[in-house]
Design a binder for this molecule. Structure first.
Ligand SMILES: [Zn+2]
Length: 455
């Protein structure tokens, strides 16, 4: 093979040079990135979407020899990791060792996925652990520490307000949609309207906490006629407004297409009150179509901007382009397209470009794909004003919230630093945009937030 030696040497030098220059080209290794990242870290963030429950109801707690509580398993189980990757179930014995003996191999094929990587900053920054190369002993210790941290709500509050530097957090209570509670000083309530739009009949509700019929019963309101029903919906919006709800949220993309036809009230009235067995799927869809348009009108009337889940859900029917007609027909309604419409980030951008009543929320997007999120930030900033983009962590516990927040700050800082490096943006303007996305844009779109600020 010696005749190839010369070629190999030249080739190797070429590779070395490439490797060195690739390292030098890593924006995250530059002082510029460090300065932009630091400025973004220092912004007391307004997180426009999370699912944080009251402390005693933090999900994925398991039985251990020390009692019921949070473990390393709980953190992975309560993360998005499990949506695409395997996780060994917590054993009935409650012992860490038997779980980890199997679970330590679960991550082998997940190493590059954002659903795995977004959680790593929590282990690195909060526990001093590099999870990619964690030892068995470290894993066990880590799990014990997690358990200790959840003995009371101190850790949770400290991680959110200090480490993640979040001042306000919108909480979408999909487990009790009509409860309007505020469990934390930083909570901002949201009215989740997903189930209201499906409410053609009381039997559509598994949970009384979500049912407008149950709400009507408690408030001694009638639901005999369609007009009664619409009056109940109005009463719910009125209470939402007086309870401090800041916006509406729909996640119907998980259940149906985002193509909502304009159905007349007369038709919805015909369909109202039909039990699930006496209404076809198409008819139910018509009822929901009417309700979506009705909610859009109420959104404008009650000054509650409308957060709509777009993109990754059912996938078929989740493309935000399907909303363009309803957006165009309701110019007084402020639509917030969630998740940047992943993977249709370009489509989401052009909708916001063409319609002044549209904002883009990058909530969850870096967690879905870091690279697509970075690209999306750069493309959106090229086509819409910088005051129309927001962010949210979209998770359920302290570590998840810290991790998703840090992942977003890093992604945004890198997107901005690359633009500055390429001469497409001045550094001080990049820093201003970072502050807008993390905080100022939410304050501008939701002026009522000012009364919740506590710092
Ligand atoms: Zn969510």
């Amino acid at each position: 093979m010696h005749q190839f030696l010369g070629i190999v040497v030249v080739f190797s030098i070429g590779l070395l040079w490439q490797a060195a220059s690739a390292f030098a080209d890593d924006t995250k290794a530059t002082d510029l990135y460090a300065r932009i990242k630091k400025s973004i870290d220092e912004v007391p963030a307004i997180d426009t979407h999370d699912h944080l429950r009251a402390f005693s109801e933090i999900p994925e707690q398991v039985d251990t020899p020390r009692g019921r509580g949070m473990t390393l398993y709980s953190l992975w189980s309560g993360s998005y990791y499990r949506w695409t990757n395997p996780l060994t179930p917590w054993p009935a014995s409650g012992g860490f060792d038997p779980w980890w003996q199997s679970a330590r191999h679960d991550f082998d094929d997940a190493r590059a996925t954002s659903f795995y990587r977004y959680l790593l900053p929590a282990f690195r920054d909060l526990y001093g652990i590099g999870f990619d190369a964690i030892s068995d002993e470290q894993a066990k210790q880590l799990s014990e520490q997690v358990f200790d941290h959840y003995q009371d709500d101190q850790w949770l509050i400290e991680v959110i307000t200090k480490h993640a530097n979040i001042e306000l957090m919108f909480i979408d209570p999909y487990w009790a949609r009509l409860s309007f509670v505020r469990d934390y000083q930083f909570s901002v309530p949201v009215l989740n309207v997903t189930t209201l739009m499906q409410a053609s009949h009381p039997a559509r509700f598994e949970s009384a906490l979500d049912s407008p019929y149950e709400y009507a019963r408690k408030h001694e309101l009638r639901t005999d006629t369609f007009e009664d029903f619409l009056a109940v919906i109005d009463a719910i919006f009125t209470e939402a407004g007086s309870s401090g709800c800041i916006c509406l949220k729909s996640t119907q993309a998980y259940q149906r297409t985002l193509s909502y036809q304009e159905v007349p009230a007369e038709r919805a009235k015909e369909l109202y009150g039909r039990p699930p067995g006496e209404i076809s799927d198409n008819e139910q869809q018509e009822f929901e179509d009417f309700m979506f348009w009705h909610v859009c009108r109420l959104s404008a009337k009650f000054d509650l901007p409308f957060q709509v889940h777009t993109g990754q859900a059912r996938v078929q029917g989740s493309n935000p382009l399907l909303l363009v007609d309803v957006i165009a027909a309701n110019p007084e309604t402020k639509f917030i397209l969630f998740h940047g419409g992943f993977p249709w980030v370009g489509e989401t951008g052009v909708i916001a470009m063409r319609h002044k009543n549209v904002w883009i929320d990058s909530v969850w997007l870096p967690t879905l794909s870091y690279t697509m999120a970075k690209r999306a930030y750069q493309e959106w900033l090229e086509i819409i004003p910088s005051d129309r983009i927001m962010w949210g962590a979209d998770t359920v516990n302290a570590e998840g919230i810290y991790a998703a927040t840090e992942f977003t700050r890093q992604c945004l800082a890198e997107a901005l630093a690359e633009k500055v490096e390429r001469g497409e943006l001045r550094e001080e303007h990049a820093i201003r945009i970072g502050r807008q996305v993390m905080r100022d844009n939410a304050l501008k779109l939701f002026p009522k937030l000012k009364k919740f600020l506590w710092r």
